[in-house]
Design a protein around this ligand. Structure first.
Ligand SMILES: Nc1ncnc2c1ncn2[C@@H]1O[C@H](COP(=O)(O)OP(=O)(O)OP(=O)(O)O)[C@@H](O)[C@H]1O
Length: 238
């Protein structure tokens, strides 16, 4: 279970998240939507304990993220951006390094490499991986601890159609096993196809929190419903 309660984050005098409350229940796939700068990454970082709250709270499985005794087994995280492994690490060595740091049995590493489709290239340097392979590796890092909650920031970026189909199956399997999954994404087709619920941020506030079909309502599709609800970036700036 991932929970944010009345979460406010101020950065550099700006309120980036404003009284945000939301929950991701076990077995649920919730997509976090919002325009560039709406506060999605900040919310995900706060949920991981990487971004302190100005007020309000976050709980992972009922505990504040920074007080989890073994964080990697409670919450899997891939905060997006490119995976850069130190010192020319191979994919396998990178995951072993993370597993050791997180107190996870190194026997998980080869299982995860297979799970993310990198078994054949585990001994290749990460610096020689393609963008999609690095994305898979980052997702693999989030899977190391077999955590019952997962947070991913734009995990589909860089994945080809095979990667997208693989990812779909992976998340369906995890949610079927009861994992609570929160994903920030701009890929509306994929969100509409696979999500249970959307939480929409607009200017740091929750503009909607609804099952996908309910959110779409009488609109033509998810994108139209979203555009009708949220403030275009140009309007925010003017
Ligand atoms: N360290 C910081 N200091 C000041 N402002 C920040 C800081 N980090 C983020 N912000 C601001 O907070 C707002 C939300 O940023 P955030 O990265 O959470 O948005 P986002 O919804 O994830 O956007 P994107 O879709 O582009 O990834 C932005 O206006 C950003 O400029």
């Amino acid at each position: 279970m991932i929970t944010a309660e009345n979460l406010t984050v101020r950065l550099g005098g700006v309120t980036v998240l404003d009284d945000v409350s939301m929950t991701v229940a076990p077995g649920e796939l919730v997509y976090l939507l919002g325009r560039n700068g709406a506060g999605k990454s900040t919310l995900l970082r706060a949920c991981c304990g990487a971004q302190p709250a100005s007020s309000g709270r976050v709980h992972i499985g009922g505990r504040p993220p920074r007080s989890l005794p073994t964080p990697m087994t409670a919450l899997g995280v891939h905060l997006g951006g490119d995976v850069t492994a130190p010192g020319g690490h191979t994919g396998r060595r990178y995951l072993r390094w993370l597993a050791a740091a997180g107190g996870v049995d190194s026997a998980r590493v080869d299982k995860v490499l297979a799970q993310v489709g990198l078994a054949d290239v585990g001994s290749r340097r990460v610096s020689a991986y393609s963008l999609g392979m690095r994305q898979r590796l980052g997702i693999g890092a989030a899977l190391l601890g077999r955590a019952p909650a997962l947070i991913l920031d734009e995990p589909l970026n860089g994945l080809d159609i095979d990667g997208i189909r693989w990812f779909r199956g992976l998340i369906a399997d995890l949610t079927a096993r009861g994992c609570a999954v929160l994903i920030a994404s701009h890929m509306f087709d994929e969100v509409a196809r696979t999500g249970d619920r959307v939480v929409v941020l607009d200017g740091g506030r929750v503009a909607a929190d609804a099952p996908i079909a309910g959110f779409i309502g009488s609109h033509a599709d998810l994108e139209s419903a979203y555009v009708a609800l949220t403030t275009p970036r140009t309007a925010v700036a003017s």
